[in-house]
Design a protein. Structure first.
Length: 317
C-alpha cells in the first residue's frame, strides 16, 4: 500500500503540478520582461511587454491564491493520512514520521508569508502609473518559484517515506514533558503571551513598523509555546494533552484553523509593513490595524477556552 493511493494526495499533487506549470510558464515571461523592460521606451516591444506584464500578473495572482488554498488542503490531507499511518493519532504523527515532514511544513508556512508579501507589492506596482516596483516584485517571485520547486521535491520525498507498516510516534509522545524556553512555567508563558500581545497592540497603535516587526517575530515563538502547552490544554480539557495539531480535528470543531489562522494572519500583517517599506521605500502602515484585529481574535479565542473551563471546574489545569 502507498499513500499515493489516497485520493486526497493524488488530488493535492495534481493541483500542485498545475500551479507549478502555470508559474513555470510565467517565469519564462518574467525573465524576458526583466531583460527587455524599459518604461521610458515607446517601441512596439515595450508595448507588448506591458501587455504581457498584465497577463503574467493575472496568472500569478491566481496561482498564488491557489497555493494559499492548497496549504489548507495539505493540512486536511495530513489529517486523513493519520487514519492510515500506524500509531498516528493526528497530523503530528504523520509530519514527524520521517525527516522531511517538519522542514516541509516550515517551508510551506514561509512560502505563504512570501506569497502574501508578493501580493501586496504587486498591488502597489499595478496601482502606480509607471510600474516602479516591477523588477523588485519579479525578483521576489523568481526566488519564491525556486522555493516552490524545492517544496514540491520535498513533498514527493515526504509522501514516499511515510511508513505504513512501522508505527510512528503519536502527539502524546512527541510533545510529552517539554522543556519550555528560558525555564518558563506554563503560567509564566501565558503571562508573557499577554504582555507581548499588549505591547504589539500599543506599537501598532503608534504605527511603529520596525518595532512591531521585531516583536511579532518574538510573539510567533511565544504564541506557539503558549498555545501548544497552555491554551491547548483547555481546548482539549485534558492536563496532559499537548499538541498543536489535534485542535484541527473535527472532535474539537476544527477550532485549530481559527486559532492558528488568526495567529498567522496577525503576525503577517504585523511584519508586512516593515518589509514593504524596506522593499518599496514607501510607508504602508495601515496593515498594522489588521494585525491588531487578528491577534486580538486569537487572544480572545484562546482566553475563552480557559475561562470556559474555569467557570465549570473552578480550577486551572
Amino acid at each position: 500500500m502507498s499513500v499515493f493511493l489516497s485520493d486526497e494526495i493524488i488530488a493535492f499533487l495534481a493541483a500542485e503540478l498545475v500551479i507549478i506549470a502555470l508559474m513555470g510558464v510565467s517565469q519564462v515571461h518574467v525573465v524576458h520582461i526583466l531583460r527587455k523592460w524599459d518604461f521610458t521606451a515607446t517601441t512596439n516591444l515595450q508595448y507588448l511587454l506591458e501587455k504581457k506584464n498584465y497577463l503574467v500578473n493575472t496568472i500569478l495572482t491566481f496561482a498564488v491564491a491557489c497555493k494559499i488554498v492548497l496549504f489548507i488542503f495539505f493540512a486536511l490531507a495530513l489529517n486523513e493520512l493519520a487514519g492510515v499511518v500506524p500509531g498516528a493519532m493526528c497530523s503530528a504523527g504523520v509530519v514527524g514520521s520521517n525527516r522531511y515532514g517538519n522542514f516541509l511544513l516550515l517551508l510551506k508556512i514561509l512560502l505563504i508569508f512570501g506569497f502574501g508579501l508578493w501580493l501586496i507589492i504587486n498591488r502597489l506596482d499595478l496601482k502606480a502609473l509607471n510600474f516602479p516596483f516591477l523588477r523588485r516584485k519579479y525578483v521576489i517571485f523568481s526566488a519564491l518559484f525556486a522555493l516552490i520547486l524545492v517544496e514540491f521535491a520535498l513533498e514527493i520525498l515526504f509522501f514516499l517515506n511515510i511508513p505504513l507498516k512501522v508505527p510512528v510516534f503519536c502527539c502524546s509522545v512527541v510533545f510529552k514533558a517539554p522543556k519550555l524556553p528560558f525555564g518558563y512555567t506554563q503560567m509564566m508563558l501565558a503571562t508573557f503571551f499577554y504582555v507581548v500581545f499588549a505591547a504589539i497592540v500599543a506599537l501598532n497603535f503608534m504605527k511603529q513598523a520596525a518595532a512591531s516587526f521585531a516583536l511579532n517575530l518574538l510573539y510567533l515563538f511565544v504564541a506557539y509555546y503558549a498555545i501548544t502547552y497552555f491554551f491547548g490544554l483547555y481546548i482539549y480539557e485534558q492536563p496532559n494533552h499537548k499538541c498543536p495539531y489535534c485542535m484541527l480535528l473535527r472532535d474539537y470543531y476544527y477550532v485549530g484553523y481559527l486559532v492558528w489562522g488568526s495567529l498567522f494572519l496577525g503576525i503577517f500583517f504585523g511584519i508586512a509593513p516593515f518589509l514593504v517599506e524596506l522593499i518599496t521605500k514607501r510607508p504602508y502602515l495601515h496593515l498594522l490595524k489588521f494585525s491588531t484585529i487578528w491577534l486580538a481574535i486569537n487572544a480572545v479565542v484562546c482566553s475563552f477556552y480557559v475561562l470556559k473551563y474555569y467557570s465549570i471546574a473552578r480550577v486551572l489545569l
